[in-house]
Design a protein around this ligand. Structure first.
Ligand SMILES: [Zn+2]
Length: 553
């Protein structure tokens, strides 16, 4: 007897080949039959009604490290059809981590990924130091499959302590890091993540940035023993340095036989030839046999913020950044203090250049008449500059006014569509679970179908499915997922190809302690099955099932 049979399916199997009609049979967490008509009895029947049945989507760039400990369903990623996530990206993971380094790592995590205290403090029990014990803490708790990376920064902290942010490692320390990375990989880590750009809570470079080339080379050699991924955040704001990183990753890939991936890479009017130059270089390196996968997101870059929490929006304005990091009362006092106020305005509008904040829109406000207006319009009404208007409104409204910087890049479908369709481009970089008070990354997959399949016709339905299933599994070396084939894991999403989309970005108070984050609902997704169990359905919502496999790779 089968566990589940899905009848009347339009099967898009992840390989990219044309859809075909038939049934899908599931037994013991595996796909038993794909296609044809199944007459065998089944405990549960699902009528797909001609909608698409596809492999579950794989999200290769998330920061669910902490959230999975208090929300094993990684809401709302799962209801968008995501059945496997990679976390531990960008040099940051919660293991391996000695107890004494927890506060330091949490502050770093909060700074880089913009996660509030509520995501860490008291939200879960720290029961691990080793990578294996962190994996054990996730086992039995997760509704989707998780394949975490080990972060370079915690590896360094473990071996070097405070010196991790002071200097290069000695040969002995590099050897100790290699052993520690082996331990992580033995416990099921899917690879190593590192960063060349991030800063900690004091705006000091993160530990991974103090590594000399010998150290990264030695760690890549260990990845080579396992054939595992190296994930990197390059200096994405400078095309020439990014090209140098592509070359460096290519050498490591060739020398040690490992895949590498880097992000972000996005289209921007500031550097119009950035993506094409990087993709040309990536193409040259692939032609040499290297694997250097640029990860590209589907969604435009929109950032929301208020002055209550320090946002990455201000990272290029040190004085603003410093004031926004102050405790609330002190901050309110400083924002109203004439000297500080003058300094902030001069920093934002050097020489009377008011362009920086003029286009920002009020997203939410105690005064509803302001919602939707730009700071430029409000400033004109008030006879002040946009920066003054931002400060005045924030103080008047006790910081309860939100601003939206829309379309900061990657917003032109005519330019982004061909990038996503490129065979050398790895579609991903959702950053799900991070930057939760700046934007909602959930539904990047729905957006791929709505914007680039239905509207723009940049990818066929089958191509788009392949990009976020079989291609991802192949790039990361996840052997039994990403395709609908008999014997493979039964990760399945049923969706309406005419309706799948991301919903509006909405504030939600579903964090521990009622903390706020932005989320998006899914539309057009009917059922999400993980390892043969229904984990979410449009009709029934989230189930109690926790079928996720931890580090299956
Ligand atoms: Zn990241």
């Amino acid at each position: 007897m089968l566990d589940i049979v899905i009848r009347n399916a339009r099967i898009v199997d992840g390989s990219g080949m044309p859809a075909f009609h038939g049934d899908v049979g599931i037994e013991n967490g595996k796909l038993r039959r794909v296609g044809g008509q199944l007459s065998e009895p089944a405990r549960q029947q699902i009528d797909a009604g001609g909608r698409v049945v596809a492999p579950g989507f794989i999200d290769p760039h998330t920061h669910f490290d902490a959230q999975l400990l208090w929300d094993g369903q990684a809401r709302p990623a799962l209801e968008h059809g995501v059945t496997t996530v990679v976390h531990g990206n960008c040099s940051l993971s919660l293991a391996p981590l000695r107890a004494e380094h927890r506060p330091k790592l949490v502050r770093m995590f909060q700074q880089i990924e913009e996660m509030p205290d509520a995501a860490f403090d008291g939200a879960f029990e720290w029961s691990w130091e080793s990578f294996g014990d962190y994996m054990n803490a996730l086992r039995g708790r997760v509704a989707l499959n998780v394949a975490p990376l080990a972060g370079h920064s915690p590896l360094r902290l473990w071996v070097m302590g405070e010196d991790a942010q002071k200097r290069a490692a000695t040969p002995d320390e590099i050897g100790a890091m290699q052993d520690l990375l082996r331990e992580c990989l033995d416990a099921g880590a899917i690879g190593l993540s590192t960063s060349f750009v991030d800063v900690d809570e004091n705006l000091f470079p993160v530990p991974s940035r103090f590594a000399h080339f010998e150290e990264l080379d030695a760690l890549a050699a260990v990845l080579g023993e396992y054939g595992r991924m190296l994930q990197v955040v390059p200096e994405f704001y400078n095309t020439d340095i990014t090209l140098a990183r592509v070359d460096q990753l290519a050498e490591l890939s060739l020398q040690y036989g490992v895949p590498t991936t880097f992000s972000p890479l996005f289209d921007s009017a500031i550097f119009p030839d950035n993506v094409s130059r990087v993709l040309d270089r990536v193409g040259e390196q692939f032609a040499r046999g290297a694997r250097v996968w640029p990860q590209v997101q589907t969604r435009p870059i929109d950032i929301s913020f208020n002055l209550d929490v320090p946002s990455l929006y201000f990272i290029a304005l040190p004085l603003w950044y410093m004031v926004l990091r102050m405790p609330r009362e002190q901050k309110l006092a400083q924002l109203a203090e004439p000297g500080t106020r003058r300094g902030l305005i001069d920093a934002a509008e050097p020489g009377g250049d008011v362009s920086r904040f003029r286009g920002l829109r009020v997203r939410d406000s105690r005064d509803p008449s302001l919602i939707g207006k730009t700071l430029g319009e409000i400033a004109e009404d008030r006879g002040v500059s946009p920066a003054e208007a931002m400060l005045d409104l924030s103080v008047e409204q006790d910081l309860a006014i939100w601003f939206l910087s829309a379309n900061m890049g990657h917003e032109d479908p005519a330019r982004v569509g061909p990038i996503l369709a490129n065979d050398l481009v790895h579609v991903g970089a959702s950053d799900a679970g991070a930057h939760i008070q700046s934007f909602a990354t959930y539904g990047d997959t729905g957006y791929l179908f709505s914007r680039f399949v239905r509207q723009g016709h940049h990818l066929s339905l089958e191509h788009a499915v392949r990009k976020i299933t079989a291609d991802t599994a192949q790039i990361w070396g996840i052997p039994d997922r990403g395709l609908l084939r008999a014997g493979m894991a039964a990760d399945v999403v049923i969706f309406d190809p005419e309706a799948i989309d991301r919903g509006e970005e909405l504030p939600a108070r579903d964090m521990p302690e009622g903390g706020m984050r932005y989320v998006r609902d899914a539309s057009g997704v009917d059922t999400v099955i993980v390892n043969g169990e229904v984990a979410w359905s449009d009709k029934g919502g989230y189930t109690d099932a926790r079928p996720g496999v931890v580090a299956n790779a």
